[in-house]
Design a protein around this ligand. Structure first.
Ligand code: ATP
Ligand code: MG
Length: 437
């Protein structure tokens, strides 16, 4: 086969055989988030480039190296969203949601685009589930958000994730910290990578997040931000921790977490796995009290997290977690001849409209091949229609598990099938919950 092209490097097709896994985790996350009061927001896949330059930050890896930016036909600079927070905040500000009852709690499932070196758990198009709590300054909001992430992982049965938290303070206490960091990194100036040399002047905290091994080694000995927190930030952090303790959410304080985006203040956190190699951060988030103002809005203390779907699935696979199977085919209607094919199409149309998964032949197969296909589909019931059955006005419904057969008058077939299927489902449910007499 000589295909004219293939999928773009760093993108992934989710094929029908596995897409139910994505659907399951996505539905679970949206549902759990709803229990915590988060409702879905949908924003465009592209935005004006300056939104991310300002919102994510000029000195971040994302803005400096990873954005898919292009000029559109009108000469405007457009960027495919590299993350979800900036777009959600823009929509919140643009539509004046800050005038409504606060906090506004939103969730989203989005594709994101970053020009990175593709490897396990690192793609150029990937997917995030994220939540943002806009307009809440109290530690209760931080603890609630972290508790939500924890409940999502618990509901999905994901274990072995460790929660690491830190506080990176506010612009006030960070001044002193920046000075200390600068002095420290100045003394290692010759060893820093060229990008970090630039960061040294603009935003020395970014150096702590550099992926180069040499910078990483130097950063490991750098002063830690926790030692520089002002009283307000320290109290805020202590209250977040106390609340997590009372919610029984286990965590470790890791003073080295600074997160990759510029807008973070105070609480930052990551859920990390050590079972999927180097790209172990499954979920990351924190507080960004300054972002709304940075984008030209009022002061809106806010926080959020984003969870990488592909990395989450890697963790779930590595832990051998079972996924619920999609609904199987309930009835396969085999048909021989044109008259029977019409009758099969008619029954299938009615039953599908009533929510029953039904299949018929669409490939012109022989009866034998149709039955083989029904087996592949795992059909629970089959019925064979031919001229004889249509003339006699009696159809035979076969239960493929028990082999049991049932003669049904043609004009009562749909009704009887629905009753039989519902009784069987009830029996299954009773068995599942141990409710048999
Ligand atoms: P990393 O340090 O691994 O580059 P990050 O700090 O850039 O992560 P965030 O911007 O916080 O990541 O994004 C939140 C989550 O999105 C990450 O924890 C991860 O699960 C996922 N993620 C980020 N970049 C990618 C990518 N290129 N491919 C797949 N998932 C990603
Ligand atoms: Mg990154």
């Amino acid at each position: 086969m000589a295909l004219i092209t293939k999928a773009i490097k760093g993108t992934q097709d989710v094929l029908p055989a596995v897409s139910h896994k994505n659907q399951y985790v996505e539905e679970t996350m949206l549902r759990v988030a709803q229990r915590y009061g988060f409702r879905e927001i949908r924003t465009p896949v592209f935005e004006h480039t300056e939104l991310f330059q300002r919102g994510v930050g000029d000195t971040t890896d994302v803005v400096q190296k990873e954005m898919y930016t292009f000029e559109d036909k009108g000469g405007r600079s457009i960027t495919l969203r590299p993350e979800g927070t900036a777009g959600a905040m823009r929509a919140f500000l643009e539509h004046g949601l800050f005038n409504e009852a606060l906090p506004q709690k939103v969730s989203y499932l989005t594709s994101c685009y970053r020009y990175e070196k593709p490897q396990a758990g690192r793609l150029r198009e990937f997917h995030q589930f994220g939540v943002e709590c806009l307009g809440a300054s109290e530690p209760a909001a931080d603890a609630e958000l972290i508790g939500l992430a924890q409940t999502i992982f618990e509901t999905l049965g994901v274990e072995d994730l460790s929660l690491e938290i830190n506080s990176i303070g506010c612009p006030e206490c960070r001044k002193e910290y920046h000075a200390a960091l600068k002095a420290y990194f100045e003394s290692h100036r010759e060893e820093l990578c060229p990008t970090c040399l630039e960061r040294l002047d603009k935003n020395p905290m970014r150096i702590l997040d550099c992926k180069s091994p040499v910078c990483g080694r130097i950063a490991a000995q750098a002063p830690v931000v926790l030692d520089y927190l002002c009283d307000d930030c320290r109290t805020h952090f202590d209250r977040v921790k106390a609340m997590l303790d009372s919610m029984n959410v286990p965590y470790a304080v890791n003073p080295r977490i600074v997160r990759g985006l510029d807008y973070y203040t105070r609480t930052v956190f990551e859920f990390v796995s050590d079972s999927i190699g180097a790209q172990g951060t499954v979920c990351g988030g924190g507080r960004y009290d300054g972002l709304a103002e940075e984008l030209g809005g009022p002061h809106v203390p806010s926080l959020g997290f984003a969870l990488g779907i592909e990395r989450l699935l890697l963790v779930m696979h590595s832990q051998g977690i079972e996924f619920p199977q999609p609904d199987p085919c309930m009835l396969y209607i085999a048909a021989m001849g044109e008259r029977a094919a019409c009758e099969a199409a008619s029954i299938a149309q009615s039953l599908r409209a009533s929510d029953f998964p039904v299949e018929i032949d669409t490939c012109g197969r022989s009866l034998k091949a149709q039955m083989k296909y029904a087996g592949k589909l795992g059909a629970q019931y089959t019925v064979v229609l031919g001229d004889n059955e249509l003339d006699a006005g009696v159809y035979t419904l076969k239960n493929m598990q028990t082999g049991e057969e049932m003669q049904i008058a043609a004009d009562e077939f749909i009704e009887t099938f629905v009753e039989t299927a519902i009784l069987a489902m009830e029996a299954d449910l009773k068995e599942m919950f141990g409710l048999e007499e």
